[in-house]
Structure formats: structure tokens, C-alpha cells
Design a protein around this ligand. Structure first.
Ligand code: SF4
Length: 349
């Protein structure tokens, strides 16, 4: 039914985006690297780093042989360093279990630690050009609009898409087209024309058969679920810049914390409405922190306001000792204890 439109969509996508480096020279390894890089990161950012990273690690064996720290340094600028560690771990597993040959069947891929349904399908469909549907937020949105699927976004919608795809109820035309080209085209469509808050339907090659367009309701899809508990969670953090001559104090986050392995400024919890949160030691302050320089960030479901305070090492030592005595931090980082190990954590600016 939609063969012609899907075919036009592929032409549109190829016209505009064939130049992307992971597309114009396609290998399984380059697909694996690009797919991990593109998670939670824009195409523009990945463009600046993809070839540089590949020059450093031209083969999966080279990547597997590198230390975690080396890979994280090469990942600089891409953020979310957990992905860098995950990519290296995948490389190690693939070298050890598959002699460096990236498998192209879903079962083997899903058996690797660190690969979920999206990446596995991306390697099968995009890397190997075999039947697969790489359902990320873009495909979830495009396909729920195109087919008018009345299921709230999230795992249930993704499962429904995978099930319908397996039963040939959606995108049955993929067999006659290219799985790689069609998956890439859906991704481009979701990124450029069929965005979460703006659907440019008049420009869209799929408009003729798109349920959401025909009913004038593109922005209603994918349906919003009930508001998740905790979706308005906030965190206020104190980020302390401790300077000593030309050095600044950092500590490395433990495996149990968010962004494990990353280096971070000493950070304390000023306030949050999530009582279960244990990520940072709490600090109470009589002085108003609201006047400090601040910037906003976010992670998962949390909105974060970061307040920045600068102090000397001596002041920090005093402060960290007070904190330990007053608030009995069980998980207090040893590196924060300036009288012992924090000196070792001083890094050159
Ligand atoms: S017609 Fe509109 S809603 Fe439908 S797929 Fe295209 S951009 Fe999205």
C-alpha cells in the first residue's frame, strides 16, 4: 500500500543525508560506533567526532585493546561517557566471543552485555541491511503517526511496533525495499519533518497514507501516557570549585553513581523533592545559595539547578570535615576528605 511513498521517502533521505560519514562508507564496525555515538547526541555533534574516533580506533581489535581511560579521553566532546565504556566492553566481548566479527543475528547481538533491542536492530538493519526495525524515539513517533497507533509512548508502544513488524502488519514493504535505507529514512523523517512538537506534513513524502495527517492530529501521536510519577522531580546541587595554585579538585564517580567513572567537581545536594535519591551527600546551609551563579541541566527525569561556589582547599577541608561530622555521610567519597586522599585527586588545570 505504501511502497511508492516509502520509496519516495528513501529518495528524499538519500538526497539530503547520504553525505553522513557513517553512511557513505558503511561497515558493521562503523555502524556500531555511530549508533552508540548517536544515542542521546545530535548528528551535528557526532559529525565532529566520528572520523577522529575512527582514526584512533580503526578496528574493533584496536578499540578492545585500548584502556577505559584512553577510550574515554577519545570520547571527549560527546558526553554520556557510560556509552564510551559500553562501546569498549562490546568490542572486548565481540573480539573474545566472535573473533572480532560483529554478529548480524538478533539473538547473538542481544546476548552481548550492553546491547538492547534498538542497537541490535540497528546493526542488523542498518549495518547488515537485513530485515530489522531500529525503534528509537524517532521511529516510535513516525510510525505511531503514520499508522495511527493509539498506545502511549514508551516500552508498550515499542513492543507493539516490534510485534506488528514481526507479524508483517507494519512496514511489510521493507522486504522489497532496503532495510538499511528505510530505517535511515524513518530516522531522518523523525529528525527533520516529523518532530515531536512540529510536523511539517505538507513536505512529507508519506502524507498521502499517514493516518495522523489525514485526521489532522499529528501532534497527538505518540499518545502521552499518564504523567509518570516523578516527572516533576527537581534537584538543586552545590558544585564546589576548590582551587589550589594551578590545580583544581576533582573526584572520580564510583560505579554505583550516575555517569560512573566520570571526573566531577565536589558536589553536594542542597535540595530535592525525591526523598529516595542517594546520589550526592546532603548539605544544609544557613546562607542563601540562590544568589550564587547557577546553570540548569537535566538527567533522566530530573531537572537540575547547579549552584557554583568557589573556595580554597583549606576552606573546603573545613567544610568537608563539618559535613562528615554533622550529617554522617556513609557514602562520603574518600576523595572529598581533603586531609587524606583529595590532595592526590588534584588535577592540573
Ligand atoms: S505526514 Fe506528517 S505526521 Fe505523517 S509522517 Fe509525515 S510529517 Fe509525520
Amino acid at each position: 500500500m505504501s511502497y511508492k511513498q516509502f520509496s519516495q521517502l528513501i529518495h528524499w533521505s538519500k538526497d539530503q543525508y547520504s553525505h553522513l560519514p557513517w553512511r557513505n562508507e558503511r561497515t558493521l564496525y562503523r555502524t556500531l560506533v555511530s549508533e552508540i555515538m548517536l544515542q542521546q547526541t545530535t548528528v551535528g555533534t557526532v559529525l565532529n567526532h566520528f572520523e577522529v574516533f575512527l582514526n584512533e580506533y580503526p578496528t574493533i581489535e584496536k578499540l578492545a585493546a585500548a584502556s577505559e581511560e584512553e577510550v574515554c579521553v577519545s570520547w571527549k566532546g560527546l558526553g554520556y561517557y557510560r556509552r564510551a565504556r559500553n562501546l569498549r566492553n562490546l568490542a572486548i566481548q565481540i573480539v573474545e566471543r566472535f573473533d572480532g566479527a560483529i554478529p548480524i543475528d538478533l539473538d547473538s547481538l542481544l546476548g552481548l552485555k550492553g546491547i538492547g533491542p534498538y542497537t541490535a536492530n540497528a546493526i542488523v538493519a542498518i549495518g547488515a541491511d537485513k530485515r530489522g526495525l531500529a525503534v528509537d524515539a524517532n521511529l516510535e513517533r513516525v510510525l505511531s503517526r503514520f499508522y495511527g497507533i493509539q498506545i502511549a509512548k514508551g516500552p508498550k508502544l515499542q513492543q507493539k511496533l516490534f510485534k506488528d513488524f514481526a507479524e508483517n502488519k507494519i512496514v511489510p514493504e521493507i522486504g522489497k525495499l532496503s532495510a538499511r535505507n528505510l530505517n535511515e529514512a524513518f530516522m531522518d523523517l523523525g529528525r527533520i519533518l516529523c518532530q515531536a512538537r512540529k510536523a511539517s506534513c505538507t513536505l512529507c513524502p508519506l502524507k498521502e497514507n499517514c493516518v495522523a495527517f489525514k485526521t489532522g492530529t499529528p501532534l497527538l501521536f505518540p499518545l502521552e501516557g499518564d504523567k509518570k510519577e516523578g516527572s516533576d522531580l527537581y534537584i538543586k546541587l552545590l558544585r564546589v570549585i576548590v582551587k589550589e595554585k594551578n590545580k583544581i579538585l576533582f573526584y572520580q564517580k564510583s560505579e554505583k553513581e550516575w555517569l560512573a567513572g566520570q571526573w566531577e567537581l565536589p558536589t553536594f545536594m542542597l535540595d530535592t523533592n525525591d526523598e529516595k535519591l542517594k546520589q550526592y551527600p546532603k548539605i544544609k546551609t544557613k546562607k542563601s545559595y540562590e544568589t550564587l551563579t547557577s546553570f540548569k541541566t537535566g538527567i533522566t527525569k530530573y531537572k537540575i539547578e547547579n549552584f557554583v561556589l568557589e573556595m580554597s582547599l583549606a576552606e573546603f577541608e573545613k567544610m568537608s570535615m563539618k559535613i562528615e561530622t554533622l550529617y554522617e555521610f556513609k557514602n562520603f567519597h574518600k576523595d572529598f576528605n581533603a586531609s587524606t586522599t583529595s590532595i592526590k585527586a588534584l588535577k592540573h588545570l
